[in-house]
Design a protein around this ligand. Structure first.
Ligand SMILES: Cc1cc2nc3c(=O)[nH]c(=O)nc-3n(C[C@H](O)[C@H](O)[C@H](O)COP(=O)(O)O)c2cc1C
Length: 498
C-alpha cells in the first residue's frame, strides 16, 4: 500500500469544511484541491459504488481509478472489480451502463467488495499530493451502504466521517471497531418492523481481508444536525466519541430539515420556517464541542460572524459546487454561473421532489428535472434505488420501495398513493449531474436534477475580473480574506489533474 494511504493525516480543526456534495459533486478532485490548500476537503460517499463502476465503463480516462486500485491493500479484490466493469476505450456512447444492483440489508459479497474498493479509491485519490486530512460525507438515511463503505474509507486513511440526513447515533461504535478490523453492526430502520425482526446489518472486515494489516486511524466523527435538540441528543446518546458538530440551516444546498410543527407553504409552494427552527448558538457553545455553521456561510462576512459566535469555522457547499474542480457537469456549471452573473439564478426548495420526504433544493435550469415538462416525459424508472425505504412485507420479510418508482409498484408494496405525488428520481438525476447519465433504449438519456443552496445567486463574486470560471483557491482566498488567523496555503503543482 502506498505511503500516503497509511500515513496519519495532520489534524487540528479546519476553519473551512468543504461540505460533502453527493453524488460525486464533491469528488476526489475537489476534496484534494481543498485539502491541499490547508482546509478540509470532503468527498461525497454517496453512491460511490455505481460511480466507480461507471467511471470504469467509461474507460477510466486519465487512469485515476487504476491508480487508486493499484494502491488498494487487497489486490485480488481490486482486480475483480476491474475485471467486472472496466471497458478499454470506454463503452459506446449509446450503450447503457451495466447496472449495479441496489444495496440491501444482506449485501452479496461482490457488491460489498465494490463498496469497499470504491470508497477506498475516492479517499485515496483525494489524499494524494498533500499531508492534510480528507473527510468523507455520508447520508445516514442510506443505511444499507454504511458498513462496507466506511471500512473502505478507513482503509484509505480518511480523517473525518461527516454524516447528515438522519441521527447517526451508532456510527462512532462502527469507527471504533474498524480500527482493529473488528466486526461491526448497524440497525436499519424498517418501516412497520415488529419486535423479533432481524433489522441489524453485520459486516466483518476479516471476511474480506487478504492479508493482515496494522490498526487503522480512527477518523474524527462530525454529525450534521439542524437543531439544538439533535445536537444534544448526539452528544448524550451516541455509542462512542463525537468530535464536533456541523450545524446546518435551511439555506444549505441538498436536503434540508423540514420545518417544525404544522406544515406551512409560501405562495410558490416552498416550506415556511418559523422561530422554532432557529438555532440557539449560545446553547451550542455550552455543549463545549467544536462546531461549524453551514448554510449561507460562503462569504468572508459570514465566516467572521461564525468565528465571533464561537464556531470553529464554517461548512460551505454551493460556492465549491461551481468551482472548476467539482464533479458537476461543465455545461450545467457554465449555464448556472451565467444565470448567476445575469442575476437570473433561482433555487426552489421543493417539499415533494425527494422520496425521502425532506425538502430538497433544486436549481432552476431549463432542460433539467427542475422543468415540469421534462419530468412529465420521463417514465418512472427506479433502477439505482439509493433512497429506497426498507419495509416489512405482509409475509414478514424485508422489501424495498421508493416513492419515485412506478406508482402501481409503490402502492402494491404498501406505499401510500399520496406519497408518490411530485416525487422525482433523484438518483438518476444526481448521476446525470456528474456526467454518468444512463441511456434508455439506446436513445433517451437521463437528465440532471441539480441541487444548490440559496447562495447560488451570489456565486459570481468568486469570478476574477474578466473570467467566467473560478477554482477552489478563489473560494478559499475570498473566504479567508477577512480572517486574521489561517491563511491560504500556496497551491502546489497540479500534479494529478490529467
Ligand atoms: C450540490 C450539493 C449537494 C449536497 N449533498 C450533500 C450530501 O450528499 N450530504 C450532506 O450531508 N450534505 C450535502 N449538501 C450540503 C453541504 O454539505 C453543505 O452543508 C451545504 O451546502 C452548506 O450550505 P451552502 O450550500 O449554503 O454553502 C449538499 C450541498 C450541495 C450544494
Amino acid at each position: 500500500m502506498s505511503e500516503s494511504a497509511t500515513s496519519e493525516p495532520s489534524t487540528g480543526n479546519p476553519v473551512i469544511i468543504q461540505g460533502g456534495m453527493g453524488a460525486g459533486v464533491s469528488s476526489w478532485r475537489l476534496a484534494q484541491a481543498v485539502s491541499r490548500l490547508g482546509q478540509l476537503g470532503v468527498v461525497s460517499g454517496t453512491a460511490l459504488d455505481p460511480i466507480l463502476a461507471r467511471r470504469l465503463q467509461d474507460g477510466d480516462p486519465g487512469g485515476h481509478m487504476r491508480r487508486g486500485l493499484d494502491a488498494f491493500p487487497f489486490p485480488a479484490m481490486a482486480e475483480r472489480v476491474w475485471q467486472q466493469y472496466y471497458i478499454a476505450g470506454g463503452k459506446a456512447e449509446r450503450t447503457p451502463y451495466l447496472s449495479v444492483p441496489p444495496l440491501e440489508k444482506d449485501i452479496p459479497r461482490e457488491l460489498a467488495e465494490l463498496c469497499i474498493v470504491a470508497n477506498f479509491v475516492e479517499v485515496f485519490l483525494a489524499r494524494q499530493g498533500h499531508a492534510n486530512a480528507v473527510g468523507i460525507n455520508y447520508l445516514e438515511k442510506l443505511q444499507t451502504a454504511h458498513l462496507p463503505c466506511i471500512y473502505g474509507a478507513m482503509l484509505a486513511g480518511v480523517g473525518y466521517v461527516i454524516m447528515g440526513a438522519g441521527i447517526p447515533l451508532k456510527i462512532p461504535g462502527v469507527l471504533d471497531s474498524y480500527v482493529n478490523h473488528g466486526p461491526a453492526e448497524y440497525p436499519i430502520h424498517v418501516h412497520g418492523s415488529q419486535e423479533g425482526d432481524d433489522v441489524t446489518m453485520r459486516f466483518d472486515p476479516r471476511e474480506y481481508m487478504e492479508r493482515e494489516l496494522g490498526p487503522l486511524t480512527r477518523p474524527k466523527f462530525l454529525p450534521i444536525v439542524s437543531s439544538n435538540t439533535l445536537a444534544t441528543t448526539m452528544l448524550k446518546k451516541a455509542n462512542g466519541r463525537v468530535d464536533g458538530l456541523v450545524i446546518e440551516t435551511r439555506t444549505a444546498g441538498g436536503h434540508n430539515a423540514p420545518p417544525r410543527g404544522r406544515p406551512l407553504f409560501s405562495e410558490i409552494g416552498e416550506p415556511v420556517y418559523g422561530e422554532r427552527d432557529a438555532i440557539d448558538i449560545a446553547k451550542l457553545r455550552e455543549l463545549g464541542m467544536p462546531f461549524w455553521l453551514a448554510g449561507g456561510y460562503g462569504n468572508p462576512e459570514m465566516l467572521r460572524e461564525a468565528l465571533a459566535q464561537g464556531a470553529a469555522g464554517v461548512q460551505v457547499g454551493t460556492a465549491f459546487e461551481f468551482a472548476n474542480e467539482s464533479g458537476l457537469r461543465a455545461d450545467y456549471k457554465r449555464e448556472l454561473l451565467a444565470k448567476a452573473i445575469a442575476g437570473e439564478a433561482r433555487v426552489f426548495t421543493d417539499p415533494l421532489a425527494s422520496p425521502t420526504g425532506f425538502p430538497f433544493k433544486v436549481a432552476q435550469l431549463e432542460g433539467t428535472c427542475s422543468d415540469a415538462e421534462v419530468v412529465a416525459e420521463r417514465p418512472r424508472i427506479c433502477d439505482l434505488s439509493f433512497l429506497r425505504e426498507p419495509y416489512r412485507t405482509a409475509e414478514g420479510g424485508l422489501g424495498y420501495r421508493c416513492a419515485a418508482e412506478p406508482v402501481t409498484l409503490f402502492v402494491a408494496k404498501g406505499g401510500k398513493l399520496e406519497d408518490t405525488v411530485g416525487r422525482k428520481c433523484i438518483c438518476n438525476g444526481l448521476l446525470a449531474n456528474i456526467g454518468y447519465q444512463q441511456v434508455r433504449n439506446g436513445k433517451r438519456e437521463e437528465v440532471g436534477l441539480i441541487t444548490a443552496g440559496d447562495d447560488l445567486v451570489t456565486i459570481a463574486r468568486f469570478l476574477q475580473l474578466g473570467r467566467t470560471e473560478y477554482s477552489a483557491v478563489d473560494v478559499i482566498s475570498q473566504l479567508l480574506s477577512g480572517c486574521e488567523a489561517p491563511q491560504v496555503l500556496e497551491p502546489c503543482d497540479d500534479f494529478c489533474f490529467a
